[in-house]
Design a protein around this ligand. Structure first.
Ligand code: FES
Length: 124
C-alpha cells in the first residue's frame, strides 16, 4: 500500500508553474498543469543537472531552460531537443488542499545514489 507524504498546499503552486521539493536528500519538482493536474518529477534534468524548478510549464510539457529540452510531466517522456532520457516521475494525490507524493516514488532508484543536500543547496 502506498504511503503518502504531504509536500505542499495546492495553492503553493500557480497554474502552469512548478516548485522545488526536497525529500530525504533528493530534489524533486512538483508541477501544476491546467485543470488542477499535479505531477511530480525528479528535480534535475536528465540531460545536465539543471534544476527543473527554473523551467516553464505549458499544459503538460516542461521546457527545461538548460538547453530547451522538453518532457511530458505525466510520464517523464522526453519530447524535444536535448532531452533524451526518461525523467523519473512520482505518484501524486491531492486531498483537500494538500498535495501528497507517493513515498515509493521518492526513493532513489536501484543503483542511483541520492543527491547530497549540499548539491541541492548549491542549486538555489
Ligand atoms: S539541461 Fe535540460 S535539456 Fe539540457
Amino acid at each position: 500500500m502506498t504511503q503518502w507524504v504531504r509536500a505542499c498546499a495546492r495553492y503553493d503552486i500557480d497554474t502552469e508553474d512548478l516548485i522545488r521539493y526536497y525529500h530525504d536528500g533528493r530534489t524533486f519538482a512538483i508541477h501544476r498543469s491546467p485543470g488542477d493536474k499535479f505531477c511530480c518529477t525528479d528535480g534535475l534534468c536528465t540531460h545536465v543537472e539543471v534544476h527543473l524548478a527554473d523551467s516553464l510549464v505549458m499544459d503538460h510539457v516542461i521546457e527545461c531552460l538548460g538547453l530547451d529540452g522538453q518532457f511530458d510531466n505525466r510520464k517523464g517522456e522526453p519530447k524535444h531537443a536535448s532531452a533524451r532520457d526518461l525523467l523519473q516521475t512520482c505518484p501524486v494525490q491531492v486531498t483537500g488542499d494538500d498535495v501528497l507524493i507517493g513515498q515509493d516514488g521518492l526513493k532513489a532508484p536501484a543503483g542511483q545514489v541520492a543527491v547530497e543536500c549540499s548539491l541541492t543547496d548549491r542549486s538555489r
